[in-house]
Write a protein of this length. Sequence first.
Length: 233
Amino acid sequence: MTGTAFLRARRGALLAGGLTLALIGAACSPATREVGSGASTAASDDAGGTVPGTVRDPFPDVSAMEAIEFSQDPAGVPMSFTPPEGELAAVYFGYLSCPDICPLTMADLAAALNKLPPEDAARVTPAFVTVDPERDDGARLVSYMTHFFPEHPFRAYQAIDTGTLNRLAYEFHVQYSIPQHEDGEFYAVAHSGFVYLVDDRGLVVRELPFGTPSADTATAIAAELDAQDQREG
């Protein structure tokens, strides 16, 4: 079985088994650190029913948020999540040791970009933000993203400190939970599984949950690009 086939089979098993990491539960045991809130706005299915994903009212504003980005400079440079005018960022929070949810999501996002006309795909920048900075350094983040997007520009982010990561999680409405562990001990991280589409105003205009088919992701991206074009006239 190929790696891609294995991932597809693994996703089917996860979904069939009822494991959904689109949003982890709010409960937190003493053995874990759970971060993320953002309950001030509610996510709901698209009212028209024709565009996949969920939207919040009002749109979360992440225009002031920054993290250290490593694709442009191996040493890392502070960079916002707001894309250039007329473009979108597809932002995902995960970790590199994730065995299935994260690689599946990145593979589906890459497939979605391939379904778009090249001129539209060029207006979308995939972005990965690690929720596991203890293990995920800049070089590994760039290598990981290069695997999925070998010929497409991407962003690879790490928060400068835990406080910044927690603020990012709050503003994006991300939840993650890291269990207490000894140095060098393996651990898994529970985390939200959404791709967040950020427009050129720095607003999260749509959230796509884990398991969204690549064709639906492409449809949502195209719709948001069209909405942006109409707004900017």
